[in-house]
Design a protein around this ligand. Structure first.
Ligand SMILES: [Zn+2]
Length: 424
């Protein structure tokens, strides 16, 4: 399989880095104050910019929005539940279409395992009741251009009971099943533990949040289903993807410049873990350069056996979601918890704490008390339905504290064993 030579990809990345920086210096308030057009000459210069964090963008989103006339059309996308700060990022038309085009790099791996490029069946396990980011982007694609032959897409909700999802998989017999890492892991773990008969796809692809190493081994070795992963974020869309070797994420170096920094904010040598910092090289909607993503990862030194020349990233500590186990033996993915909160304006942060198997506290940080008074009862009522009738008590907070090691978890659930013991 031919791949672009490394120099071609690097020079394209440099051209795009110059172009996005020049655009930012002209049209985006935050960068106008930092540098002038022509000053950033490539990816290496981007690494010299001061690091930007999520809070800065959340507190003043307008400072990062381009005022150029050709960037007004596109989509506003909101972060999903794996990150704890609701953040809206505007992607212009060019960013959306380029990201759709570059999806072919990822699809090429998927179709190798499937054995055909077209007319295969894909099942996406997402949120049944809310539109997810991939669904929004796909709808945009449908509106914007002619769609050639594509896999037939079906979707099922992670907020449906597990038996229903298993029944859907067995009925549709998909070639590929895609979903959140934690959810796919739990699906296969449950199938193994309960001896469920489950149609096995030719490949499975997870995004958004992570699978444990044991979970991956279970799916690959016990079920014989290869596990691919795609690393993405609302801020930059496509960051990396697994190749056939499945040793880490190959970076889309020409869409997103990525570096790994240590505690002092300076780049660390390849192989050493640090925080992921990205610059989106193509989005002129919300321009994010030298932006701390919050994940911990390392660059895998050396070349990949697959022949691709892009660097390999190993995500050390990604976004791991806590699954909520309920007294009746069912479970709820945290993205289903996030769904009713996501659509509300004025919610700054939230946290769902499971105090007892069927008693939850919903902690909310809102822009003001009046917003809390109007949204809290509604969200609590919706969550009661999501949590199969458990009690949900909302509480108002000025702020929410970080947990262990500075990591904040939007869902704090009781361990599965504790809930199971309460059932017995
Ligand atoms: Zn590879």
């Amino acid at each position: 399989m031919p791949f672009l030579p490394e120099e071609r990809v690097r020079s394209l990345a440099d051209v795009r880095a110059r172009a996005i920086a020049d655009h930012a210096a002209r049209w985006v308030p935050h960068y106008r104050a930092l540098f002038r057009p022509g000053e950033i000459r490539g990816v290496a210069d981007l690494a010299e910019l001061p690091l930007l964090d999520k809070a800065a963008v959340r507190d003043d989103p307008a400072a990062f929005r381009s005022s150029a006339p050709d960037t007004s059309e596109g989509l506003s996308l909101r972060t999903t539940g794996s990150t704890w700060d609701p953040l809206t990022v505007f992607h212009d038309r060019r960013s959306l279409l380029l990201n759709i085009a570059y999806a072919e790099r990822e699809r090429a791996v998927e179709t190798r395992f499937i054995g055909r490029s077209f007319r295969y069946l894909a099942l996406d396990l997402g949120l049944g009741t809310t539109i997810t980011t991939p669904q929004e982007v796909r709808a945009y694609y449908d509106r914007s251009c002619y769609r050639p032959l594509r896999p037939r897409h079906h979707s099922a909700g992670v907020d449906e009971p597990l038996e229903d999802v298993v029944a859907t998989i067995n009925r549709l017999r998909p070639d590929v099943v895609r979903g959140y890492g934690t959810y796919l892991e739990l699906l296969f773990r449950t199938a193994a533990a309960e001896g469920l008969s489950l149609h096995l796809p030719k490949v499975t692809v997870y995004t958004a949040d992570g699978m444990t190493d044991e979970g991956r081994r279970l799916v690959e070795e016990r079920f014989g289903v290869p596990v691919l992963s795609q690393y993405s974020a609302v801020e930059v869309f496509r960051i990396g993807y697994f190749c056939e070797e499945r040793r880490g994420h190959h970076l889309h170096e020409d869409l997103c410049a990525l570096s790994i920094v240590g505690a002092d904010g300076r780049p660390v040598p390849d192989g050493e873990p640090g925080e992921v910092v990205v610059s989106n090289l193509v989005n002129r909607g919300t321009v994010l350069l030298s932006y701390r993503l919050g994940d911990v990862a390392r660059i895998v030194p050396g070349r990949c056996a697959c022949g691709r020349t892009s660097r390999l990233l190993s995500v050390v500590e990604g976004r791991v979601s806590q699954i909520v186990h309920l007294r009746d033996g069912s479970f709820v993915h945290p993205f289903a918890v996030w769904a009713p909160v996501k659509l509300l304006d004025g919610v700054v942060r939230y946290q769902l704490v499971q105090h007892e198997p069927d008693r939850f506290e919903l902690r909310l940080v809102t822009v003001d008390r009046a917003t809390y008074d109007s949204v809290a009862p509604r969200v609590a009522a919706e969550l009661r339905t999501t949590l199969r009738g458990a009690a949900v008590e909302p509480s108002y907070h000025e702020r929410l504290e970080q947990g262990h090691g500075g990591k904040f978890s939007p869902v704090v659930a009781l361990p599965r064993e504790t809930v199971a013991a309460a059932r017995a």
